[in-house]
Every structure is written in C-alpha cells, then in structure tokens.
Write a protein that binds this ligand. Structure first.
Ligand SMILES: [Zn+2]
Length: 526
C-alpha cells in the first residue's frame, strides 16, 4: 500500500521528490529508495498498423524502449482486450501476430479482457499455452503470463488462470492481481465460457491480497480490465472507482481498461490509470519504493500519446508485421464462393435490395432465428459477378459487428418497421431495413409512425401482434443504432457470430454459383 505518512501531504511528497532527484543525481537513491517504472497498454485490439499518425505497434515499441532506456527497473504490462475485434492482419491469423508482437516488445504480464474470451476459453488457452489451429498452424503460445483472479471454474471454484504474479525489480517484489469486467458473460459467445463463473472483482482481489502480503509483498498492482470515466474536474467515476473504494487498502495502483478512455488520478489513495485504446497511448507509472520495508513512497503517472511523426518505427517489430501482412494477403485473396451475377445493394422503390436479402438471409441462417434485420448503412459496397474473395466480402461488411439474437413480439416488429421513417427537422429520413423470414407492405400516404400496413411470415400467414418471434440483428441496430430504439426493448438477448463470419459460412454452403434477388419481401402500396 501507499505509505500513509507520505501519501496525503503534498509538501512532504514534494520534499521527497526533491530529495530523490538530488539523491538520484548523487547516486544515493540506491541506498534505500528505488524508482520502479511500469509501462502499460490497454485495449490494443490487434492494432498493429498506425491509424493516420497515431499508434502502430512499431512506433509504440520505440516509445516503450525509449522509456525503458531511461529506467532499467521497468515492467511492461497490459490491461486486456489486446486481441479480439482486430483488423484483418491480426484477426485472420487468430491474433497470433499481435501476441508475437507483444512478446517482441517485451511485455512481462497481462490480464485477459472480455475480448480475449471472444472465441472461448479453449482458444484463449491455446494462445497462452500453445497449440494448433486450422487457420494458422502450430502456435508456440504467449511468452508471458496472463493473470485473472475473478474467472473461476464452475465446478471447483478455482481460478482458471493464475490469479496473481510476482515480479522482482531492483530487488523489490511487486505483486500483480488480474481481474476482468463482470460484463464479460453478456458480451461474449456463451458457449465458449460455459464452464466459467465470473465473480465480483473486489471479492477476487481481496481473496489474494493476504497471500501476497504473507509472501512479504507490500507493493500491489491490480490489472483490471474494467473501466470508468474521468470528469473534467479530475473525478473518476464508474466501476473502476467503485472497485478502488471497496478493495483492500493494501492495493496501491489500478491499471484500468475496457472503456477506451484516459484516466490518471487517485481514488481512495489508489492511483488509477487508463491509456486510451488501439496503442495510440500508453501509461508510464513511476513508483518510488522504500527498499527497507517495501512500502510505496510515491506513485504517479503520465499518459503518453504515440505519434508516428515523432519517432522512427522499431525495425524488428515493423519487419514482423510486414511478414504477417504478406501472409494475410493470400488469405484475403482466397476465393470463398462464385456469384452467378452482380448482387447489388441498390434498393427498389419499395426499399428491398438483392444484397440486403442475401446478408439478412446469412444472419438468419447461422443464428437459426425466424427473422433477421440488417441496417442498409452497414452494407458498404456491391458484390460483383464471378469469384468472390474473402477480402471482397470483408469490404461489403467491414465493421466486425457481432450478431445479437433476441425475441420480440409482432407488435414490436411493426413498431420497429415504422421507425424506418423518421422526422428530422423539415426532412423525413428513410432507412429501409433489409429483412429475412418475413415480408410487409407500406403506404406512403399514411403518416409517419403508421406507414406499415400488413406483415406476413415467410409462409404467407399474417404475423400475430402478440406472438413472440426469434430474431437476429447486428449489435449496432440491436442496441438502438440509427434510432431503431424498439430493438432495445427486446428480450432473451444472446451473442451470436460476427456478421462477416455469418456471411462467409452462408455463401459457402449455397449451391454454386450462388444467386440472390429481390423477391418482394417489401411491397409499396402507394
Ligand atoms: Zn473490454
């Protein structure tokens, strides 16, 4: 824990930092005070390449090395979601490229975020400990441990990964405990984590603090894939602040993630940091520890932005990424199916498109629901006749949206369809959802909110207003995107496939060459 004698008195800590800089210059700091540097990254999401002039693993590596050169007593850690929802260069190779890059940069430790569970516990364990995957080949595993105290085996109650790790820096032991957001079970595919229980992070941390103390550890750092928000006045709010307040005061530092924001402040005497996302920044935490008793004298942080125009990329990291880009090229170019004719997103006057039908059909097929809804804005380009490559399919749906299944009533279907017409100032915005499993008619002479006339199921029978139907939509509209707020009222929500994966699975199993047409699912009466 932070040593109370020094923690709350700014003048005294100023005195100490003055003393330290003097002592450091005089080489005296080694005597009983040591400065440990912890560099941390969160929510990297496989962002190996820069976005404009920010981020990029090769640039991030240069920054981290520069900081390391300033203080040899350095650890590099992460707070989760380093993989998952990644760009093609990483995602197509099961995120193995990102893990190799993190290893090359020299990460010492990390915690799994919710996205590390995207493909289930078995795949996470393969990435940690090594194993074979059809999409790649043999992977040797992660060269550094992931720790997680609050995901436990349902049967035994034991953590599924080591709950903590100890690292000795400059002769001082530091204890790290990992925890992950309690949201995880609701945002990853349930099947992949069926044997796990996620328990309260506070309970999980407090369970292991005494064991670390019993091992003589006084400096305790929590890697928490859980977030919050820092207000303009510096106040930190949200789950991470609640954790800081509730947890054992032996905890000194909390490295946060998940909310993709910037945090640098204290709650209940504990330093909390979060460094944005996608490798566009990192946190540099400087901890002064008294070697005689292991107590933290001061802990402070700086959030450093990664700007590509300010440094040279690290050559080895850049070379490794270039090699993966080359590997992925052949996967991106691979032919997944053959289209009999052009299939476009051009809508009829009624609002239906052939490509919209194909995509909605793909979602309903993989999710096994009665109905499907697809937002037209999520279809980014047309599908050309002939060989369809994976890269072309990616260009049609590049957002990496997760599909969500749910149930809704016939009345809710009618209300969400009527939300396709929205008054925006003097204008009426019209957005025709692309649909599967049902059809409907509409009349433009009727008022906004009541344009839909008849709704029928695939077999032609009328949809009942009170019956409940299973349906699928991507997370964007399922969470009320494009003002389709009725979707947020739906029930029995569960996570299904990624939209693009669903599309690839579907078109691959169609008779080739495959076809999709406008078939009158949407009928305009007037
Ligand atoms: Zn997250």
């Amino acid at each position: 824990m932070l040593n109370n004698r020094y923690r709350s008195t700014p003048i005294l800590s100023l005195f100490i930092s003055l003393l330290l800089s003097f002592a450091s210059a005089a080489g005296l700091v080694e005597d009983h005070l040591v400065e440990v540097q912890i560099l941390s990254v969160n929510d990297f999401h496989g962002s190996l390449l820069p976005s404009d002039t920010t981020g990029g693993a090769a640039y991030l590596a240069t920054y981290l090395r520069q900081r390391e050169a300033e203080n040899p007593h350095t650890l590099i850690v992460h707070a989760g979601d380093m993989v998952g929802a990644s760009p093609v260069v990483s995602s197509l190779l099961q995120d193995e490229p990102t893990i190799e890059v993190l290893q090359l940069i020299g990460f010492d430790l990390g915690v799994p975020g919710n996205h590390e569970f995207d493909e289930g516990l078995a795949e996470l364990q393969r990435l940690i400990y090594g194993g074979r995957h059809d999409a790649t080949s043999y992977f040797a595993g992660m060269g550094f441990p992931l720790i997680l105290a609050n995901a436990v085996d349902k049967q035994t109650g034991d953590p599924i990964l080591p709950p903590y790790a100890i690292r000795v820096v400059a002769g001082v032991p530091l204890g790290f405990i990992g925890v992950c957001t309690l949201e995880t079970p609701s945002i990853v595919m349930p099947g992949g984590i069926a044997d796990l229980d996620f328990i309260d992070p506070v309970e999980a941390i407090d369970r292991w603090v005494p064991e670390l103390q019993a091992r003589g550890i006084e400096t305790i750092v929590v890697l928490a894939h859980e977030g919050g928000l820092q207000l303009k006045d510096g106040t930190i709010i949200g789950p991470i602040a609640d954790i800081a307040r509730a947890v054992d005061d032996e905890v000194d530092i909390i490295i946060s993630g998940h909310t993709h924001t910037y945090i640098n402040g204290t709650v209940d005497g504990k330093l909390i940091v979060q460094a944005g996302h996608h490798g566009a920044a990192f946190a540099d935490i400087d901890v002064v520890i008294d070697k005689t008793n292991g107590d933290v004298v001061t802990a402070q942080a700086e959030i450093v932005k990664v700007v590509t125009t300010d440094v040279e990329p690290d050559r080895r990291v850049a070379a490794l990424i270039a090699r993966y880009e080359e590997t992925v090229r052949s996967l991106v170019d691979r032919v997944i199916a053959v289209a009999a004719h052009d299939i476009t997103r051009a809508q009829t006057r009624a609002g239906e498109s052939a490509l919209g039908n194909l995509i909605a059909d793909s979602q309903r097929h993989v999710a096994g629901t009665q109905l499907a809804f697809m937002n037209p804005g999520g279809i980014r380009t047309d599908l050309a006749a002939g060989e369809l490559t994976w890269g072309e399919a990616y260009a049609i749906q590049p957002f990496g949206n997760t599909l969500i299944t749910f149930t809704l009533t016939g009345d809710q279907v009618r209300r969400v369809l009527n939300q396709q017409w929205q008054q925006q100032g003097d204008q009426i915005a019209v957005r025709f959802l692309q649909i599967s499993g049902f059809g409907y008619s509409w009349d433009d002479t009727r008022p906004i909110g009541d344009k839909v006339v008849d709704i029928w199921l695939e077999d032609g029978t009328p949809m009942s207003a009170t019956a409940r139907y299973t349906a699928v939509a991507n997370e964007f509209i399922a969470t009320g995107g494009n003002n389709f707020t009725v979707f947020t009222e739906t029930q029995d929500r569960a996570v299904s496939h990624l939209d693009l994966d669903a599309f690839v699975i579907y078109v691959q199993q169609l008779p080739q060459p495959f076809s999709a047409k406008v078939v009158g699912r949407i009928k305009r009466l007037k």
